[in-house]
Structures are given as structure tokens and as C-alpha cells.
Ligand binder design. Sequence first.
Ligand code: HEM
Ligand SMILES: *[C@@H]1O[C@H](CO)[C@@H](O)[C@H](O)[C@H]1NC(C)=O
Ligand SMILES: *[C@@H]1O[C@H](CO)[C@@H](O)[C@H](O)[C@H]1NC(C)=O
Ligand SMILES: *[C@@H]1O[C@H](CO)[C@@H](O)[C@H](O)[C@H]1NC(C)=O
Ligand SMILES: *[C@@H]1O[C@H](CO)[C@@H](O)[C@H](O)[C@H]1NC(C)=O
Ligand SMILES: *[C@@H]1O[C@H](CO)[C@@H](O)[C@H](O)[C@H]1NC(C)=O
Ligand SMILES: *[C@@H]1O[C@H](CO)[C@@H](O)[C@H](O)[C@H]1NC(C)=O
Ligand SMILES: *[C@@H]1O[C@H](CO)[C@@H](O)[C@H](O)[C@H]1NC(C)=O
Ligand SMILES: CC(=O)N[C@H]1CO[C@H](CO)[C@@H](O)[C@@H]1O
Length: 326
Amino acid sequence: MKQINACGVLLVVWFIFGSLSSVQGDLKMGFYDESCPQAEKIISEYVKKHIPHAPMLAAPILRMHFHDCFVRGCDASLLLNSSSQQAEKDAIPNQTLRGFDFIDRIKSLLEKECPGIVSCADILSLVARDAVVTIGGPTWKVPTGRRDGTVSNKTEALQDIPAPNMNFSQLITSFGKKGLDLNDLVWLSGAHTIGIAHCNAFNKRLYNFTGKFDQDPSIDPFYAANLKKYKCKSLSDNTTFVEMDPGSFLTFDNEYYKNLLKRRGLFTSDAALITNATAKAGVTTLANSSDSVFFTVFAISMEKMNQIEVKTGNEGEIRKHCALVN
Ligand code: HEM
Ligand SMILES: *[C@@H]1O[C@H](CO)[C@@H](O)[C@H](O)[C@H]1NC(C)=O
Ligand SMILES: *[C@@H]1O[C@H](CO)[C@@H](O)[C@H](O)[C@H]1NC(C)=O
Ligand SMILES: *[C@@H]1O[C@H](CO)[C@@H](O)[C@H](O)[C@H]1NC(C)=O
Ligand SMILES: *[C@@H]1O[C@H](CO)[C@@H](O)[C@H](O)[C@H]1NC(C)=O
Ligand SMILES: *[C@@H]1O[C@H](CO)[C@@H](O)[C@H](O)[C@H]1NC(C)=O
Ligand SMILES: *[C@@H]1O[C@H](CO)[C@@H](O)[C@H](O)[C@H]1NC(C)=O
Ligand SMILES: *[C@@H]1O[C@H](CO)[C@@H](O)[C@H](O)[C@H]1NC(C)=O
Ligand SMILES: CC(=O)N[C@H]1CO[C@H](CO)[C@@H](O)[C@@H]1O
């Protein structure tokens, strides 16, 4: 394991204290301790039993949690089916989401145990954490007490979920709207250490970057050549997918940051993280530290993300079925 230099340690320690002070919210640890004492255990046991057989599912569930929190807060609005209006699920960024059935199965176990008590929003937040832990990733605190939203709006999803072609300042703006800062952007983007991406999310970088059938000069030309030869063979390919962190896409590790420094970030939004000096310093620190440093800071930002605009108290409802408003 590589050593992190003294300066890096100071930087990380400073980041940790800086970020902790801004964590707040109306949630609490063990919200269901009295109303449904087995809830968290039922969830974690189900995840521990099933994710090892389907480790690729951890990534889309983590992504689902992110998309949910960025639109109307972490209120499971993402899980709602369309009714008269098109739901978040119907927006383009959601078309590649998977794992809705997994959440539904856990919800029905909890409805059997204690009907009408455990929100879909808490279930999604807990399952995302437990799935990442099960594949060997970091753990983080998930205070509970979120209530489920009753509105899901496709247009809002398009506005609030950052797009893969965004540059650094656009990403800062998008995260800033959700109360997340530059560190959170750098640390949470590390989620791309697991999972897959479809060619159409980054094909323009390979085939038509400025509209002149050119390639993005910021991408490693050897990496680009390989993607074009073996994976994304044409600009119109929207079905092939690639590992975002080639070779370790099922493993939560700091390879993502090493790849960024080798100019092998897959999306413009990944590559953007080394276009700003402060962000690049953060990337370099993580690339050059042990995985445990990445795990520590990832947890800090997840604890901020899982409290974005949460509904508590009498707001919203506890859905009976995660896809339907009561
Ligand atoms: C910084 C802005 C971000 C952008 C622009 C972005 C965009 C994307 C895109 C386009 C994909 C590929 C989807 C596909 O083609 O199938 C993807 C995958 C993924 N994203 Fe992000 N993302 C961002 C941040 C995050 C964050 C904050 C998280 C979680 C904390 C996250 C977790 C994931 C995961 C786990 C996958 C893999 C999904 C799978 O395997 O199906 N992303 N992201
Ligand atoms: C929600 O929509 C999905 C996909 O269209 C469908 O399979 C599922 O049965 C729906 N759920 C409910 C509860 O209607
Ligand atoms: C959905 O959100 C958009 C953007 O905020 C808004 O203009 C639109 O009226 C909303 N649609 C519905 C049906 O509420
Ligand atoms: C980012 O993109 C926006 C919108 O296209 C543009 O106005 C801005 O100048 C870009 N910023 C940088 C740093 O490239
Ligand atoms: C390439 O990009 C240009 C400018 O964005 C666009 O007008 C053109 O349709 C693109 N070509 C293809 C084949 O998509
Ligand atoms: C994917 O590509 C096919 C063929 O080029 C096209 O018919 C389809 O609409 C595309 N789908 C999306 C989601 O872009
Ligand atoms: C990096 O981005 C931050 C946040 O937008 C900004 O305040 C800072 O000036 C940028 N640094 C450089 C060197 O551009
Ligand atoms: C990474 O750490 C090693 C060992 O401490 C050090 O020699 C090297 O300069 C560091 N590299 C960067 C880019 O910080
Ligand atoms: C997972 C999911 O609900 N995907 C939907 C995304 O939107 C498209 C287009 O509306 C639907 O066909 C998918 O079912």
C-alpha cells in the first residue's frame, strides 16, 4: 500500500472537519428501533444474501440513490411509476437504471413485518449502503425517518441530474444546487469505480467532439482507440456498454482516480475533475493514498447526499408500494 504524504493527510483531515460541520437534518439513527425493530436487519440480511449472486446490481442501486436524492430530495420519487404525468423514471438518465424489483421485494418483506411503517426512501438509502458494503466498499451512516414523496416529474429529473457531457463549472453548479461542494463532487464521482456505462453517454468524445468528426483531445488516445476498436464501434451505438473502471468494475477502489490522472476518465464529467486545480489536487491525493482514504471521504459525502431535502414528520407519506402513491 502506498503512503500518503504528510501534506495529503493534513488536507484530508481538514476536509473531514470542514465537511462534518455542515452535516445536519431531521433524521436520526435507528428511527425504526421501536416502531419496527427488525427493519434494518431485514434489509441488510436480504442484501447480504442476494448481492453476492448479483454483484453487478450494487452499482445501479447506488446510482438510483444518487438520482433519487438529486430530484426533490431523497424521497423515493424516483421509484414512482408514471401516472397522468411522466415520472422521473421516464427521463433519459433513468432509462438505464436497474434494480427496481430488488427494492420492491425488500419493501414487501417490510410490509409483512410492520405494515405502513418503513418508507421507500429509507429503504433505498439503506439498500444502497448495504449493497456497497457487501461488495467490499465503504460503509457510511444512514440516519432514518425519511418520508416518501408523492410527486415524480420527468422534467425535474432532466434539470437536476447532472449530464455526462457537463464541464467543471456546470457540475459545480449542479451539485451546488443540492448543497454539495467541490469536495463532494470529487469524492462522490468516485462511485464510478463500479459499474458500467453505455456508449452513447460518451461517444461524442470519440467520434464527433466539436461536430467535425473529431476526438476529444483530453482523452488518452490509446484508451480512445481501444474503446472504438472493441466496444463503441460507431457514433450511433447506444446498446453496447463498457466497464467504467476497466478491470475492477465490481471492486470499490481508488482506481477511478488513478484513471483520471491517466486521462482515462470515461465521461466529460469525469475528465472535468482534473480541469480545476483544486479538484485535481483532491484527485491526486486520492489516487496516491490507500483505498481507506477514499472510503473515508466517500462516506462523508454520502452522509451529506443521503440527507438532501428529506421529508420528515408529517410531510409526504409512507407508501404501501414503492411504485405507487397511496
Ligand atoms: C458527477 C456527475 C455524474 C454524472 C454526470 C454521472 C453520469 C453517469 C452516467 C451517464 C452513467 C452511465 C449510465 C449508463 O450508460 O448505463 C453513470 C453510471 C453510474 N453512476 Fe454516475 N454520474 C455522476 C455522479 C454519480 C454519483 C454522485 C454517483 C453515486 C454516488 C454515481 C453512481 C454511478 C454508478 C454506480 C454508475 C454505474 C451504474 C451501472 O452499473 O448501471 N454517479 N453515471
Ligand atoms: C410500474 O411499472 C413497471 C414498468 O412499467 C411495471 O412492471 C410495474 O408492474 C408497475 N408497478 C405497479 C405497482 O404498477
Ligand atoms: C414538472 O416540473 C417542471 C419544472 O419544474 C414544471 O414546469 C412542470 O409544471 C411540472 N409538471 C407538473 C405536471 O407538475
Ligand atoms: C462550460 O459550459 C458552459 C455551457 O456550455 C460554458 O458557458 C462555459 O464557458 C464552460 N466552462 C468551461 C470552463 O469550459
Ligand atoms: C456531429 O456533431 C454536429 C454538431 O454538434 C451535429 O450537427 C452532427 O449531426 C453530428 N453528426 C452526427 C453523425 O451525429
Ligand atoms: C438507439 O439507436 C437506435 C438505432 O440507431 C434508435 O432507433 C433508438 O431510438 C436509439 N435509442 C435511444 C434511446 O437513443
Ligand atoms: C476551481 O473551482 C472552484 C469552484 O468553482 C473555484 O472557486 C476555483 O476558483 C477554481 N479554481 C481554479 C484554479 O480555477
Ligand atoms: C505519491 O506518493 C509517493 C510516496 O509518498 C511520492 O513519492 C509521490 O511524489 C506522490 N505523487 C504525487 C503525485 O503526489
Ligand atoms: C427503468 C425504467 O422505468 N425505465 C423507463 C425509462 O423510460 C423509458 C421511456 O419512457 C421507459 O420505456 C422505461 O421503462
